[in-house]
Design a protein around this ligand. Structure first.
Ligand code: 13P
Ligand code: SF4
Length: 314
């Protein structure tokens, strides 16, 4: 029977979590009410590490498909549930495994680094994964004279290239449709309107936007910067869902959602895939223990190696 009241849904989810020894992992970009039922909220790196060490029989991943796949790669014996399997990712979609495989074959001798925002098949073709939190460390761990293929996010790749000065990095030309739309002209207008505000930017944004930043980093890095900063006001150039956690942790500070380009109606700083996860599909998924992630074992093992290679880089 379906219940639509959110307090009742939250109660039902909490009861099911106990009954099934289940935990809910959620990304910062999910809906506020989804973040409320999460046992662990984090960025892509923290969620991967957490999945690896979790004490539970069932993991429900409140996030997009590649995140639940990553959890299953790291915890093959656990049941990994995804409340909305249609919740994809434009960045992961911008790199199809067969095309990436061809690109790698055309450039022999390169170390292949992939952002975690990829399918399990792309991870299986990868030497070492990275996230926006650790991309710099991962690239610095590779000998300077070794050429690199970096995929799929061209903006993160070119940001790391600028930071390291490495000209032997070949970039795959993918991007996230949300971060790609943040607009520099409108950001400059916002800076005039809020002259005291610090600008925090995710490295999936375009280079011209990154150039305007007071701080560039992953969602967890941005949260940490805002916590430590003496400033009271921030313009947030990443998906707007993170503002829920910002306001929870820092109720005395003001967070202004970053502006997207003029063609947008204002909702472009929102990832529609992340918002597909809601209390109803979480409750149904826990109740039915379905949909569940299943992976081909050979692909899983190859993908696991690239994720563990990443986690081992301290
Ligand atoms: P992080 O979690 O690494 O900040 O990445 C953001 C993102 O786009 C996840 O989809
Ligand atoms: Fe993918 Fe972008 Fe949505 Fe993150 S915000 S899940 S990168 S589409």
């Amino acid at each position: 029977m379906k219940v639509h009241n959110s307090d009742q849904l939250i109660e039902r989810i909490n009861r099911l979590k106990q009954q099934k020894r289940a935990v809910i992992l959620a990304h910062y970009y999910t809906r506020p009410e989804v973040q409320q039922v999460a046992d662990f909220l984090g960025d892509s790196l923290a969620l991967s590490v957490k999945a690896q060490n979790i004490d539970a029989d069932v993991i429900l991943f409140a996030g997009v498909h590649f995140m639940a796949e990553t959890a299953k790669v790291l915890c093959p014996q656990k049941k990994v549930l995804i409340p909305c399997p249609e919740a994809g990712c434009s960045l992961a979609d911008s790199c199809q495994a067969d095309e990436f495989d061809k690109f790698i074959a055309e450039h022999p001798g390169h170390t292949v680094v992939s952002y975690v925002n990829t399918t399990v098949e792309v991870k299986a073709l990868t030497d070492v994964c990275c996230t926006s939190s650790n991309a710099l460390k991962v690239i610095q761990s590779i000998p300077a004279d070794r050429p690199i293929i970096f995929g799929p996010d061209q903006h993160l790749g070119s940001y790391i290239k600028r930071l390291t000065g490495r000209d032997n990095m070949l970039l795959w030309h993918g991007c996230c449709h949300v971060h790609d739309k943040f607009a520099v002209e409108r950001l400059r207008e916002a800076k005039v309107k809020y002259p005291e505000a610090k600008v925090v930017v995710h490295p999936e944004c375009r280079e011209v936007v990154v150039a305007e930043a007071d701080y560039v980093g992953s969602t967890a890095g941005i949260l940490e910067y805002c916590r430590k900063s003496d400033s009271r006001q921030f313009i947030v150039m990443t998906e707007s869902g993170i503002i829920t956690e910002m306001e929870r942790l820092m109720p005395d500070k003001e967070f202004i959602p970053g502006p997207a380009n003029a063609l947008c109606d204002g909702a472009c700083n929102t990832c529609e895939y992340m918002k597909m996860v809601n209390l109803e599909n979480i409750a149904e998924c826990l109740e039915n223990e379905s949909p569940e992630i299943h992976l081909d074992e050979e692909i899983r093992r190859k993908a696991e190696r690239s994720i563990l290679n990443m986690i081992s880089i301290k």
